[in-house]
Design a binder for this molecule. Sequence first.
Ligand SMILES: [Zn+2]
Length: 340
Amino acid sequence: MQGAVLHAPGDVRLDTRPDPQIVEPTDAIIKLAASCVCGSDLWPYRGIETVNGPAPMGHEYVGIVEEIGSDVHTLTPGQFVVGSFFASDNTCEICQAGYQSRCIHAELIGAIGTQAEYARIPLADGTLVATPEVPDDKYVPSLLAASDVLGTGWFAAVAAEAGPGKTVAVVGDGAVGLLGVLAARELGAERIIAFSRHEDRQNLARHFGATDIVTERGDAGVAHIKDMTNGYGAHSVIEAVGTQESMMQAIRSTRAGGHVGYVGVSHDVTLPGDELFFSGVHLHGGRAPVRRFLPDLIDRILTGAIDPGHVFDLDLPLADVAEGYKAMDERRAIKALLRP
Ligand SMILES: [Zn+2]
């Protein structure tokens, strides 16, 4: 089969990779209907994360079940499925508590690489959620978004306790931040402030429910949020970048007693203990347990309540995967959809 492989920073190619096989009886093989490039794929692509030899790429996926192992009981070949970027058994105590991304048996789908024609999905019963029927093609981008960026933005909004009467600020105008805006709207937030300096992203933020845009960042951005909230700061802040500046911007934009939901993959972030102590702010986040939210998100998508697929502003055949990375790296695209 054909699949994307990162050979070195800036060098991603479509290579011939071995066809995936059932390894464990709990595995399923899926034929990808669509995959995409994630903001987190750009860290190794930019050389900020080390690339140790050729690495298969991709962890977002929707597709059709092709084959199941002998110990898979809830899925049948031909079903359309959505899964998250961590395989999980969905039965251990951590999964039952809703933290499937930290399942004691969690397996990283990124190591499998779903920017490909086929993929082996471990712990298929626990990981994959089947749609009631094979959906119309128009729903595929939104269902794909549920696999990571929507699920992650949703978790961030839940972790930040976005809800009725709340002012929510969103740090980061990538796909996760933009869908954090959508999640905050769906959860009933009263006011949603998106930090963004890019007109196309501001427009999408408004489409997803942002009521205000703040173009400053860092301390100037924090000052603007304080100005807008009678000096209090936001009740709920979503952090969707993962840098020192963005994390501090999120913490400082939050009022005492408020909540930060942080989902930007942390890169060299160091939290000052004294500032954290005196802030009185709750911090919760990490890798999102997307599986917790999938049944609800799939239902909202198929009933037309939400349209997260709008974050894909570039639609490419898998063969053009290199252009997908390049366009996102150069910020010409918010998110690239890849069709095998
Ligand atoms: Zn588990």
